[in-house]
Design a protein around this ligand. Structure first.
Ligand code: NAD
Ligand code: ZN
Length: 238
């Protein structure tokens, strides 16, 4: 077997499933958030224009839940991989910031961060870790405008630089490890296919089948924590 670790880039690509064992609900799976809520009412620019209080109540609840959660073994092993092997990147669709808390440094966030807020009037962006928020909807200190969550909503473009970087990293990856994503939200879901086309070995960790399963060289049908232990062992021993 070729030795990817010594030859080139290792990329982790994560979705909500990596945080599931930290007690943060995924979107689509059983118990997923969109089973309980209608995304059109909560995670679109129109919803925010219509009812910013309702949207913020939803995000405030998620922020409180995330604040109480701890990074799990999968987050920790991904962070350890960055310290152990050269040329490790992490591309995440998650907005919870648990990868940062686990110690990962080299992170591309494709869908923003739930702890970031942005003023819809003056554009000022900052981190805000208040949970619960003192005021709903929160307002900008500078101009009094409405603040919105710094996440990418349905119908919005992904941050340009983050997406370009993600494509570049996918293209030069030797091993591309997909952890806990249903791979249904484009353009992020395209990344494993881009990596595969350029010759990367694809490893998938997911208890369920996804569109990536078909192109995966190694498919680990387990939860993220258990699956990451196997992957870590594999990376150390190839
Ligand atoms: P998704 O809900 O569509 O899919 C979750 C995937 O994780 C499923 O394929 C499921 O089988 C798998 N899964 C469930 N439990 C798992 C576990 N213990 N270990 C490994 N895999 C497990 O989520 P997605 O693919 O990330 O969808 C993308 C969207 O979800 C993004 O827009 C992202 O911003 C958003 N999201 C983020 C969070 C978060 O930050 N934690 C939470 C919910 C949704
Ligand atoms: Zn402002």
């Amino acid at each position: 077997m070729e030795a990817p670790v010594r030859k080139g880039y290792i990329t982790f690509f994560t979705g909500a499933g990596v945080s599931a064992e930290s007690g943060i609900p995924t979107f689509r799976g059983s118990g997923g958030l969109w089973r309980k809520y209608n995304p059109v009412d909560l995670a679109t620019p129109e919803a925010f224009r219509r009812n910013p209080t309702l949207v913020w109540e939803f995000y405030d609840e998620r922020r409180q839940n995330i604040a109480k959660a701890e990074p799990n073994k999968a987050h920790l092993l991904i962070a350890e991989a960055e310290r152990t092997f050269p040329l490790v990147s992490l591309i995440t669709q998650n907005v919870d910031g648990l990868h940062q808390r686990a110690g990962s440094k080299n992170i591309i966030e494709l869908h923003g961060n739930i702890w970031k807020v942005r003023c819809v009037s003056c554009g000022k962006e900052e981190m805000n870790y208040e949970a619960p928020l003192k005021e709903i909807p929160p307002r900008c200190d500078d101009c009094g405008g409405l603040l919105r969550p710094g996440v990418v909503w349905f119908g919005e473009a992904l941050p340009y630089d983050a997406l370009q970087n993600a494509y570049e990293i996918a293209k030069r990856s030797k091993v591309f490890i997909v952890v806990g994503t249903s791979c249904q939200v484009f353009p992020a879901a395209e990344l494993p296919f881009v990596a595969k086309e350029k010759g990367a070995k694809i490893i998938e960790i997911n208890p369920e089948e996804t569109p990536v399963t078909e192109i995966a060289d190694i498919s680990i049908r387990k939860k993220a924590t258990e699956g990451m232990e196997e992957v870590f062992y594999y990376l150390k021993n190839v």
